[in-house]
Design a protein around this ligand. Sequence first.
Ligand code: 0A1
Ligand code: ZN
Length: 884
Amino acid sequence: MDIARTPATPDGNQHLADAAPEPHDPATIRREDYRPYPWLVPDVALDFDLGLEATRITARLTVARNAEADASDTIRLNGDDIEPLSIKVDGEVSNDWHMDGSDLILPLSGDAHEIEIATAIDPSANTKLMGLFASNGMLCTQCEAEGFRRITFFPDRPDVLSTYRVRMSGPKAQFPVLLSNGNLEAQGDGEEGTHWAQWHDPWPKPSYLFALVAGDLVANSDSFTTMSGREVALNIWVREGDENRTGHAMESLKRSMRWDEQTFGREYDLNLYNIVAVSDFNMGAMENKGLNVFNTKYVLADAETATDGDFDGVEGVIAHEYFHNWSGNRITCRDWFQLSLKEGFTVLRDQLFSQDMGSEPVKRIEDVRILRGAQFPEDSGPLAHPIRPDSYREISNFYTATVYNKGAEVIRMMRTMAGGDAFRKGTDLYFDRHDGEAATCEDFVTAMEDGAGLDLTQFRLWYSQAGTPKIGVRMEHRGDRAILHLKQDVPPTPGQPDKAPMPIPLRIALFDRESGQHDGEQLVTLTKAQESFSFDSISSLPVLSINRGFSAPVTIEREISQDDLVFLAAHDDDPFARYEALQDLVVSHLKAAVSGQLEEAAKRDGEEAITSAFASVLADDSLDELMRGELLVLPSETYLAETMLVADPAAIHSERQALRGAIARALESEFLNLHERAGAVPFGMDAAAKGARKVKTQALIYLAAGNPDVARRRAWSQYEQADNMTDRQGALMVLCGLSGIERTNALIDFYNRFQGNPLVIDKWFALQASSMHPAALEHVKALADHQDFTLKNPNRVRSLYMAMAYSPHAFHAADGEGYRMIADLILALDPINPQTASRFVPPLGRWRRIEPKRSALMKEQLERLAAAPGLSSDTHEQVSRSLG
Ligand code: 0A1
Ligand code: ZN
């Protein structure tokens, strides 16, 4: 593996790096310790003299005492890896300052002052990609959560709101485009081939929303007229040659702007909206005011190079960042403990948007799959935390599926309880009441109570308690009544041994066995540890459909027969519940099979019941293909492991594959027909054509498990004939899991065809790393030596190693090789990019839930990491929590 090391600290900063103790184990920061900042910083003027290797920054801050905070005779300005080159207070050079760790402390005696500080940085050496960094010859910033302090000294906390004026200058040929937040006020040419631009953002904002971009970029430009008739110029800035792949992003942006007006009454508030795509980025995208910065992965898409899933990803992330303009920017967070205030709400908003743009049930199923695959394991492991955490060491470790996705589910529950119209009243009140403020989750809940008319007293527990509630369900019939017995158990999580019962809103329907009908859906809300609900005029024991639409983020443990699950899989009119019945059927069968307690005959029975349910799905004319494709997806190995107290990944893998094989052999001609029928649908971006592509690859996946020879031939011809990336990638994925010359040929062809397109080469790495091939780990090792592999690009690192770490079959290799490789990666990546490195720790953190032999091997790697000298505080925090 090409272990690229962190470049040496630039000389100018060496002194600081030596003098300041590295924040290896910074003090834990607690929510209860929040205090308002003693100073207001109403205005900030930044002057950038830009260079890839040396950028000089002069910051001028106006500061005034904050009457709502305790008075202080000093001001603490955060810094990280910078030193002050000069400091002036009220125009006079000051030498009366000192450093406290990496923070700058200045004495201030009056009520209002102007502070001027000069700093210098080397963006090309910034491999952490936080603060100002160089990517592909351009300069770009990432300030959330604490990157601004790597540019200049500042109260780098979200409750300090300032208006920013930014002037930047630099060589015109190298950086023809100069962008920052807000509006362009002035620009001009300078001396010796330089030019400059001055930007002003009229909206007060916290430092994490500051952005600057300088580079050689071209724009796809368009415009949008807001509901009040204001024209907004829209630009998507990319490297030359990429502009023809920005059409989908632009359409998604305009749809998002219209949807937010119509659905939440939110109008855009500047005359300009800029989006810039960068190829080196730690996350998906960033909502900086008026200047979003995006990972290229969520901007560039055309049918040849992006799958339908990629298109959906672009639409969802464009919407997410746009929606942040209100839920995040106009109303921001008081402190980082409130992160879910902006993230949970914005995820819900982007989910609802995508539901409206495409298929509502399919989107819901996808979102629940993400929650179960990523958040449930978090909630049941050593890294469990409430959606509003109580403490952290590195906030970057809390950009989690819990804060984002569970946070969205929590607000979705409020919406379910209130109903759409009342929910809108609640959000209107929230936006109105807190516009321009740095707010708290509590503010949101109170606005919901006042606006939507809900009593959320007990509901607040969803913000403070971690862990996925388990709901025990039993249905009884007495006389002409049906009685639903519910109980809840919220499992203990780190630091929270005992939990109080939470309100669990469950949408239910009682199906009559004879007619296959129900009398209407109802909402029951379980608020106690145990509670029974009675339903009159029910002549026989009904079949219960529960948690319809996944109305609460819980696990349901219901006493239900296989027959009733088959019934629901065939009859449930709630598409999510129908999907769920099929999943439950498979999950309960596989759990029994994995436990080894299933007799051969019972196993055959189970397989037959599942096969006949799948046969109905394949034959059901009332289903659209997108939904059919969803219903055909087997529960993931990760989710299956999650349903077991202690999991044996090898047994789960082999039983799941065996079941898939059994279904495929029994329904081979149906899958072949499906593949043919779907293959005849011409390419298009409409739902029918997308659905056809989805089931086409699903059919191949089953065929590969039942009849690999047929699958190999079909996959190869799908690959060869593909006129779009969805078909091509689907076929290549299936081929990657099968040995044979077709695999080799397709991989060579794919690489040659897309060489020079990094996003597609990422797919090439990921497909091999996550494949079902028995030698997948060997392939990963070889790929780590490939000329196109680098630790410096987060997308590339993730394409190889995230794909492997989340492919149980490779990661859980019996000899522990997968664990060792991930630990090796963490050690190599940590000095380069600690934020990305620390994201590889959670898979190892699952050790307590894995069978003893593998568990010991996983723990061994965590201990090896814990003992490694010089680990970043990001990675250190995750490792110690994982072992704790
Ligand atoms: N607020 C962004 C996510 C984000 C967070 C941290 C980052 O730093 C590397 C970047 C982006 C969002 O929710 O889209
Ligand atoms: Zn977000």
